[in-house]
Design a protein. Structure first.
Lengths: 162, 800
C-alpha cells in the first residue's frame, strides 16, 4: 500500500512520518512517534481515552486519520506537562485523587484542559457535560469533577495575579 | 522520626507517571522482533466446525503463521472452583481450549489465529480464513436452556446443567414458612453485565529457544496464579520455565483474574514462530465476547415474616447462567460467594438457597466486582422492601427490626451459611448497623421524603428513595475454609510480603498482590512506614512479576486490605525483631532491654545508647561483625493466612426522580455511610467507594448485556452498552462509622467492592419506590427509559 507523507507539529516539535493511508492519528502517535501516553480504549469513538489537542481543540485521535493531521499542531499528554512542570489540570488530578488505574486519565486531562481553556470558571454541570465523551470506569467521576474545579480555580488565580 | 502516615490521605506515588503519560500498560510495550497476533472469532453462537482453510491467509502480505486449534497440543483451560467443593456434588465441566477445535459455544469464541508483521496485516489476513460452519440452534436464557427440548451444548451436561448446589437449613426454612404470618414472593432478574475496564486485555508471549523459557506479559490481576495454571494444567511446561509479568493494569474489576485462551495461544504462537515475541491486544468489540461477563441470575425468593416485619425465613432458588463454557472460577461465584451471605446484616433464623448452574450460548460468566455479593445483597435488600411494602411499614424500620444487634458478634449463622462443607466456620467478625443507617437517614433528610415526593409530583416527577443496608465480605476466605476439603477452590488464599532494608537504609517491599488502580504502591508504603518508622519516600513497593516477588494470589475479592496487609505487617515485625537483636549486639545490651520507637532502637534507661534502623541495616548488611548464628542482611518474608473474613457494612441511600412523561430516571442524590474499619488512606477509600457506587448505579440504570435469540450480542460495543457517563451521575455524599475489625492486625477490612455491592440495590429500591404510587410492586433492572415508560403506561392502563 502506497504510504502518505505527513508533516505536523507534535508537542512543539516538527515531525514527519510516512504512514499507510488508513492509519489513524492515534496509531501514528503511539506506534510511529512512540507517544504511548495517548491510549486506545475502544473502537467506536465512545471512550475518549485517545483525546489529544489538534490546533488547540480536544479531538478523539481515533476519529482522525493521520493524514488529516498533516499541517496541524498536535499536543498530547506528554506535551501538556511533565513531572516537575505539570499543567494545573495534571496537578489537580494528582491532588484530588482524580485517577485510579490511570488509563482514561490522559484523555480525561486533555478534555478537561480544553474545557478550562474555553470556560475558565465551569460549573459542576458544565464540567460533567464537557467530559461526557470520556469514560472513566474507576472514579465514578466524583474526584475528576473536583479536580477540574480545583484546576480552574488555580488557573484563574494565576491569570489574576499575572 | 518519620511522621506516621497510616490513616493519612497521602497523595498517591503512582500518579506522576499516570498524569504525565508515562504509565506502562501492556500495549505500550514494544519488544525487538515483535510480531502481532489476531484471533478469528466465531460469528455463530452455536456451531460445529467442519473445516478451516488457512491457505489464502498464509499467503497474505506480512503473515508469519496461521494457527488453528488442531495445531495446539495444550489441554483445555482449567476450572479451579467446582460448586460444592469437597461435598462432591457433580460439576459437569467444559472449559475453552486455546482455540476451539470441533465446535463453538458462543459468538466470540476463538477458532483460528494469524501471526503477522503488523497488527493490521494480522487482521487483514483473518478475513481470508475460510471456515465451513454447521450452525446449530442456540439458547441464551438460563430458564429456556433447562427446559425440555432446548438445544444441548455439551454431551456431559444433560439439560445444560453445570451443577445443582444448595446451602442452609431446608427443614428449618420449611418450618418457618409453614408457620409464617406473612409470605412475600418475587421473581428477580439480576441481569448480565460486561465489566469493561478501560484498558482491554492483552498478552505478549515470548518463548526463548536458548533457555527454553516462556515469558508472558499479561494485563492480569493474578500473574502468580496464571504461571501456576499455565504450567500445571494447560501447557505441560515446568513452572520454573514460565514467568508472568503484569505491567500497569488499566482497571480490571474481576475480569482479569482468569486463565484465558489467549495467554496459552500467544505463548504457543511465539514458540511456533521461532521465539519472536507475539503481541495480542483485544479490540473493545472483541473484548465483549472474549473477556468474561458478570451476574446473570434469575432468582425466585420467598420471605416468611411476622406482621411486625420480623423476617423468620428466607428461601432462595437461583439459576446462574455461566455461559457456553466455564471460566476459571465461574461455578464458585453464584454458590459460595452468593448463597453464603444471603442473610446480609439480618438476624434471619432460617435460610435455604438452591442454585443451578446453567450452560447457554453466551460468553462465559465469572466474578465481576462484588462477585456474588451484589447479587445476594440485591435479593435480600429487595426482599426487605417487599416485606415493608406488604406490611405498610417503613423500609428503614423493617431493617431496624431485623438487624443483628451489636452484641451478636462474632456471629455464626444458625442455618450454617458460613460453615464450609468440612465444618470449618466463618463468623461475621463485627458490626454495628443501626448507627450507620441512622447517620445516612439524617444525611438524606429521610424524614422529609413525603414532602419532597409531593413537591416532585407537582413537577411531573415521581421521586423515590431506596435503602441498601449491605454487608461485604473481604478476603475471599481463609485457606482452610476454602481449600480442597472445604469450599473447593483448588488453591490457598494466603498472601505474601517481602521487605528488604538495603545497605543505604532504603526499603524495598515486594508483594504477591497485584494492583489494578487501587494504589497499592502508596498504601503498602504507608503501612511499612508506620511499622518501621521509615519515611515513605525511602520505601518502594514492587509487585506484578513472578520473577522477584514472593508467590501471591493476586488482588480481587477485596482481599488485599485484609490479607495483604497482614503479610506486610508480619514481614515488618520480623524486620523489627531482627533489627532489635542486632541492635542489642551493637549496643552491647540484652535484647530484652532494647526498646523500639519508630526507627530508633534504644537501651531502656539509657536513651543516649541507640541505633537507627538505617545504622543497623548498614552494619548488618555489611556483616563485618555479626553475632554467632545471625545471618547477614535485613531481609524478611512473611505469609499471612487470615483466620476469618472481614465484614464491612453500611447504609446507602439513593434518591431518584422518574419522569412520568418519558420514563427517564435521574439519580438526584446519593448518600453513603460505610464502615470499613480503620482506613489506611481515607482518600483512596473514598475513591474506591465512588467508583464502586458508579458501577452499581450503572447496573441499575443503564448497563445490560442483551442477546437476541440466536445468541448474537446486541449490546456488543460501547455504542450499545451504556457505561455510566459523568453527565448522568451526581456527586456522592459520603460519611463513615468506624468499627475496627478484630480479624486484621491493623483493624482494616477492605473496600474494593463495597460501593458496587450496595448501590445497585439502593437504586433499584428507589426506582421501585418511585413507581409504587402507580401500583407497580416490582420492576426488574435496568431501569431504562423505555422499560420504565412501558411499565408506567401499562400501570395507568390497568387503572383506567
Amino acid at each position: 500500500m502506497a504510504e502518505l507523507h505527513v508533516a505536523l507539529e507534535v508537542n512543539g516539535e516538527h515531525r514527519e512520518v510516512d504512514v499507510e493511508p488508513r492509519t489513524l492519528l492515534v496509531t501514528m502517535l503511539r506506534e510511529d512517534l512512540e507517544l504511548t501516553g495517548t491510549h486506545v480504549g475502544c473502537d467506536t469513538s465512545q471512550c475518549g481515552a485517545c483525546t489529544v489537542h489538534v490546533d488547540g481543540r480536544a479531538v478523539k485521535s481515533c476519529t482522525v486519520l493521520a493524514a488529516q493531521a498533516d499541517g496541524t499542531s498536535v499536543t498530547t499528554i506528554e506535551g501538556l506537562g511533565q513531572v516537575g512542570s505539570l499543567h494545573p489540570i495534571q496537578q489537580a488530578f494528582w491532588d484530588k485523587h482524580g485517577l485510579q488505574c490511570g488509563f482514561c486519565t490522559p484523555g480525561m486531562i486533555m478534555a478537561a484542559a480544553d474545557l478550562v481553556a474555553r470556560n475558565p470558571d465551569p460549573s459542576e454541570a458544565e464540567i460533567r457535560h464537557a467530559i461526557a465523551g470520556n469514560i472513566c470506569r474507576c472514579t465514578g467521576y466524583h474526584n475528576i469533577v473536583a479536580a477540574v474545579r480545583e484546576a480552574a480555580a488555580v488557573m484563574r488565580g494565576a491569570a489574576a495575579s499575572a | 522520626m518519620a511522621t506516621d502516615v497510616l490513616g493519612a490521605p497521602v497523595k498517591r506515588v503512582e500518579d506522576p507517571r499516570f498524569i504525565s503519560g508515562k504509565g506502562r500498560y501492556l500495549d505500550d510495550i514494544k519488544l525487538p522482533g515483535m510480531a502481532h497476533l489476531a484471533i478469528l472469532r466465531s460469528p455463530y453462537a452455536h456451531a460445529n466446525i467442519r473445516s478451516i482453510d488457512t491457505s489464502a491467509a498464509k499467503a497474505a502480505p506480512g503473515v508469519v503463521a496461521v494457527i488453528t486449534g488442531a495445531d495446539i497440543p495444550y489441554n483445555p483451560l482449567p476450572m479451579a472452583w467446582p460448586a460444592g467443593g469437597a461435598s462432591g456434588i457433580q460439576n459437569n465441566v467444559n472449559t475453552p481450549r486455546a482455540l476451539a477445535t470441533d465446535s463453538v459455544k458462543w459468538t466470540g469464541e476463538g477458532v483460528a489465529a494469524v501471526v503477522a508483521e503488523t497488527a493490521a496485516q494480522a487482521v487483514d489476513a483473518l478475513e481470508l480464513i475460510q471456515v465451513e460452519w454447521e450452525p446449530l440452534p442456540a439458547v441464551t436464557d438460563a430458564e429456556k436452556a433447562l427446559a425440555d427440548g432446548a438445544p444441548q451444548l455439551h454431551e456431559n451436561a444433560p439439560n445444560n446443567r453445570v451443577f445443582d448446589w444448595q446451602v442452609g437449613d431446608r427443614a428449618a426454612t420449611d418450618a418457618a414458612f409453614a408457620g409464617a404470618e406473612v409470605v412475600v414472593s418475587q421473581r428477580l432478574v439480576n441481569h448480565r453485565l460486561i465489566p469493561n475496564p478501560m484498558e482491554v486485555r492483552g498478552d505478549i508471549g515470548w518463548y526463548n529457544p536458548g533457555t527454553d523459557e516462556y515469558t508472558i506479559w499479561m494485563s492480569s490481576q493474578t500473574p502468580h496464579i496464571q504461571r501456576l495454571l499455565l504450567a500445571a494444567f494447560v501447557m505441560g511446561v515446568p513452572e520454573q520455565k514460565i514467568r508472568c509479568i503484569s505491567p500497569d493494569v488499566g482497571g480490571a474489576f474481576g475480569s482479569k483474574i482468569y486463565c484465558y485462551a489467549d495467554m496459552a495461544l500467544s505463548l504457543f504462537a511465539s514458540r511456533l514462530v521461532g521465539g519472536r515475541p507475539v503481541k495480542w491486544v483485544e479490540t473493545r468489540r472483541e473484548s465483549f465476547g472474549s473477556t468474561i461477563h458478570g451476574r446473570d441470575h434469575i432468582t425466585y425468593v420467598d420471605v416468611a415474616a411476622t406482621r411486625q416485619g420480623e423476617v423468620k425465613g428466607l428461601r432462595v432458588r437461583t439459576l446462574a447462567n455461566l455461559g457456553g463454557r466455564l471460566s476459571t472460577i465461574g461455578p464458585g461465584i453464584p454458590t459460595t460467594l452468593y448463597g453464603r451471605i444471603l442473610s446480609g446484616p439480618y438476624k434471619i433464623p432460617a435460610v435455604h438457597c438452591e442454585v443451578t448452574g446453567v450452560y447457554t450460548n453466551t460468553t462465559f460468566v465469572d466474578a465481576y466486582r462484588g462477585a456474588g455479593r451484589p447479587e445476594a445483597t440485591y435479593v435480600v435488600e429487595r426482599a426487605m422492601d417487599l416485606v415493608a411494602d406488604e406490611l405498610g411499614i417503613d423500609p428503614a424500620e423493617v431493617r431496624r427490626r431485623n438487624f443483628l444487634p451489636p452484641d451478636a458478634f462474632p456471629y455464626d449463622n444458625p442455618s450454617g451459611l458460613l460453615t464450609a462443607v468440612n465444618g470449618s466456620k466463618l463468623y461475621i467478625d463485627s458490626g454495628n448497623y443501626e448507627p450507620a443507617m441512622d447517620k445516612a437517614l439524617a444525611m438524606a433528610g429521610y424524614a422529609d421524603m413525603a414532602a419532597r415526593k409531593a413537591e416532585a409530583r407537582a413537577r411531573g416527577k415521581l421521586l423515590g428513595v431506596g435503602l441498601s443496608t449491605y454487608i461485604e465480605v473481604c478476603g475471599v476466605a481463609p485457606s482452610k475454609w476454602i481449600g480442597a476439603v472445604g469450599e473447593g477452590w483448588g488453591a490457598a488464599m494466603w498472601e505474601s510480603s517481602n521487605i528488604k532494608v538495603h545497605l543505604t537504609g532504603k526499603v524495598v517491599v515486594t508483594m504477591g498482590t497485584q494492583p489494578q488502580g487501587q494504589g497499592h504502591e502508596t498504601t503498602f508504603a504507608q503501612i511499612v512506614s508506620h511499622e518501621l518508622g521509615v519515611p515513605m519516600e525511602d520505601i518502594v513497593v514492587q509487585h506484578s512479576d513472578t520473577q522477584g516477588t514472593p508467590f501471591g494470589y493476586g488482588s480481587y475479592g477485596s482481599r488485599t486490605s485484609n490479607v495483604g496487609t497482614g503479610a506486610a505487617v508480619k514481614a515488618a515485625a520480623k524486620i523489627r525483631d531482627k533489627a532489635r537483636r542486632y541492635a542489642a549486639h551493637m549496643l552491647e545490651a540484652n535484647v530484652d532491654d532494647i526498646e523500639v520507637e519508630g526507627a530508633e532502637y534504644r537501651v531502656k534507661g539509657s536513651p543516649d545508647k541507640k541505633k537507627t534502623l538505617q545504622e543497623i541495616a548498614f552494619a548488618l548488611d555489611l556483616a563485618f561483625d555479626t553475632p554467632p548464628g545471625m545471618e547477614p542482611y535485613l531481609d524478611e518474608t512473611a505469609y499471612h493466612d487470615t483466620d476469618n473474613c472481614t465484614f464491612p457494612f453500611g447504609t446507602h441511600i439513593a434518591v431518584v426522580e422518574v419522569d412520568e412523561e418519558t420514563g427517564n430516571t435521574e439519580l438526584v442524590r446519593y448518600v453513603a455511610v460505610d464502615d470499613v474499619g480503620k482506613k489506611i488512606n481515607p482518600m483512596i477509600v473514598d475513591g474506591q467507594l465512588h467508583g464502586g457506587i458508579a458501577q452499581g448505579v450503572g447496573q441499575a440504570l443503564w448497563e445490560e448485556a442483551v442477546y437476541d435469540d440466536d445468541g448474537q450480542l446486541l449490546s456488543g460495543s460501547l455504542l450499545d452498552y451504556a457505561l455510566p457517563r459523568a453527565e448522568w451521575l451526581p456527586s456522592f455524599e459520603l460519611d463513615e462509622t468506624v468499627t475496627p475489625s478484630p480479624v486484621n492486625p491493623l483493624g482494616v477490612k477492605g473496600v474494593g467492592e463495597a460501593g458496587c455491592i450496595a448501590s445497585t440495590a439502593a437504586v433499584a429500591n428507589a426506582v421501585n419506590d418511585a413507581l409504587s404510587p402507580l401500583g407497580i410492586r416490582h420492576l426488574d433492572m435496568p431501569f431504562t427509559a423505555q422499560k420504565v415508560w412501558s411499565a408506567i403506561q401499562s400501570a395507568k392502563g390497568g387503572q383506567a
